[in-house]
Design a protein around this ligand. Sequence first.
Ligand SMILES: [Zn+2]
Length: 263
Amino acid sequence: MEDNLITISSYTDIFEAEMAKGFLEDSGFEVFLQNERILSLYPSMAGDMYMIELQVFADAEQEAKTLLEDLDDSYLCTNILRQENALLEGHFQLTSGNHSNQYIEKIRVLQNPAATHVLCNRLAKRLQDYDFDTVIGPAYGAIVLAFDLARILEKSFVFTQRKDGQMVFRNGFDLSQVKKAVIIEDIVSTGGSVQEVIKCALDRGIEVVAIGLMVDRSGGKLDFGLPVESLLTLDIPFWAPEDCELCKDGIKLSKPGSSDKLS
Ligand SMILES: [Zn+2]
């Protein structure tokens, strides 16, 4: 039997390998992972020489390969959000002040560092060809993403935070070597925070070369005047509080994560 197994894809990350396996199994394929156990015991061995190999039976090779090509960034990101129970339905006030019937509880993704790392790896692949020296993320959620991304791409990392309502670089960072940067944000709806970080960078003479997003929930309508790399683009409706049908129906309003950006 073993002789009939063909490797169709290789991974250094166990979480990503498991996700690909589940994706193919959901479509009825029999899937095997090789080296998974040894790499779960010794993750530092993962690399070009030693990877988790995803295998299927030879007669399913072509079909499984074709299907695996569909496992793109948006599928992966959606799956991770679902798996971590981060896609919520109800009546929510967004950071921008607008209301919506859907909310992405991003903190639940960060709660799983392995899942977060998979997303950062994907974002890294999309940003690696840009010319920059530093990754900037606004506090708090994007700090984790920006830090991991900077580590993967071997760049430096800084973060911004709001101080007295003003977006500023965290005190103490040495910005003298920061010339070109990418800005990372977890989720944007109006893009307000990202605009503030862009201004913050420009004020310090730092050129911003691209924006990296985990989720763009504006449906791709935002224009920062810069290239945007987004893992997942969703068109989630939102509206001003005075136009909110859910408010009119007296449905209780949640303000998830609203303390995030206040400090
Ligand atoms: Zn409302």
